[in-house]
Design a protein around this ligand. Structure first.
Ligand SMILES: Nc1nc2c(c(=O)[nH]1)N[C@H]1C(S)=C(S)[C@@H](COP(=O)(O)O)O[C@H]1N2
Ligand SMILES: [Mo]
Length: 332
């Protein structure tokens, strides 16, 4: 979020239809040329090729889930873009780096601990997460604070169902989340520059009522399969009315607490990123407007459109009441 260097941006005359790229990559693969970026110089950078994210080496598993009956957006962002244009600084700060650097990231085995102000702490393993019987599809808009957005078919379950199982104590007011921070598997964690200067682990937090809201889910998959590493395997938060950075990836700890927990981007730049981070077109980021967003669309590689950003990312009807009486300009 510090820089706007975008490897993917190539000039118009380099734009080729997605299917042509796919075909070309397939052909080159068969010929054994992929990996030799020199050969592909006319089509530019690894960034463009990695857009397609077809270099996954960890097999994704199909999930059983109940399909979303309430989708409000007709246009899903294609899977190839959802899985290759990412923010996951543990794997590098450039949009194409997570797909490349997480391709060998194996999330199995995994341990997720639910602890703190609860009467029944819970430890979940990998199978406990992906074999849950209550998995649902949720088609949500994802609005990054950098002013781009996607529409993503997540598979997951309400965070509330897990928290209730842990039996929260009355004193619990907030939920603190923590990502895995494993230098040996996440190159950005051990490298200040690749990792964007973040002090890992990446941490996030929600107020208890936000965490219990039915729109708030823990996602274990997208497009019907388990999450690829770059999207936060094996389990990540999705809070659709907040800027994307609240939706913390690859979670190892969920802790209930009575104090507002520190959050990674707020610690790094408190004037720019608040604790609440509700999508709000009326409150600009100090360095750019939040009034509009670049929606990444299906179709060709560079198919996108600029649209108005909606208050609470279009979920105001469901969530605005959580913030009644609060000054949203101060609590950005
Ligand atoms: N642990 C961790 N979680 C993270 C991030 C990160 O760098 N590290 N980036 C956030 C940001 S800025 C966004 S926009 C979303 C992007 O999710 P996606 O790549 O699955 O679309 O993940 C969020 N979760
Ligand atoms: Mo973001």
């Amino acid at each position: 979020m510090f820089t706007f260097k975008r490897k993917q941006d190539v000039s118009e005359n380099q734009v080729t239809d997605e299917s042509v790229y796919r075909g070309r990559r397939q052909l080159l693969k068969q010929l054994g040329f992929v990996g030799s970026t020199g050969l592909l110089a006319p089509y530019a950078t690894a960034g463009v090729l990695d857009w397609f994210g077809d270099n996954q080496t960890i097999a994704l598993k199909p999930l059983s889930y109940v399909a979303d009956a309430n989708r409000s957006e007709p246009d899903l962002t294609p899977e190839s873009k959802v899985t290759s244009y990412n923010n996951f600084y543990e794997f590098g700060t450039q949009k194409d780096q997570p797909a490349e650097n997480a391709k060998d990231f194996n999330p199995d085995p995994w341990t997720l601990l639910v602890s703190g102000m609860v009467n029944k702490p819970i430890t979940l393993g990998y199978e406990d997460l992906i074999k849950r019987r209550d998995l649902q599809e949720r088609i949500y808009r994802l609005r990054c604070v950098e002013a781009w957005s996607m529409v993503i078919p997540w598979i997951g379950f309400p965070l509330a169902s897990l928290l209730k199982q842990a039996d929260p104590q009355g004193s619990a007011k907030y939920v603190a989340f923590e990502s895995l921070a494993d230098k040996s598997r996440m190159p950005g964690v051990g490298n200040y520059f690749l990792g964007g200067g973040i002090d890992y682990p990446y941490v996030e937090g929600l107020r208890m009522d936000e965490a219990m809201h039915p729109l708030t889910i823990l996602a274990v998959g997208l497009y019907g399969k388990t999450l690829p590493g770059q999207n936060g395997a094996p389990v990540r938060l999705v809070v659709p009315w907040k800027y994307g950075f609240k939706s913390i990836k690859s979670i190892v700890s969920i802790r209930l607490t009575d104090k507002q927990p520190p959050t990674t981007w707020n610690k790094l730049a408190p004037q720019e990123y608040g604790f609440y981070a509700n999508v709000n077109p009326a409150v600009d980021h100090p360095r750019w407007s939040q009034a509009r967003e670049r929606r990444i669309l299906s179709g060709g590689l560079f198919n996108q459109t600029y649209i108005d950003t909606q208050p609470f990312n279009g979920y105001a009807e469901q969530v605005a009441s959580l913030y009644k009486g609060m000054d949203l300009r101060r609590n950005y």
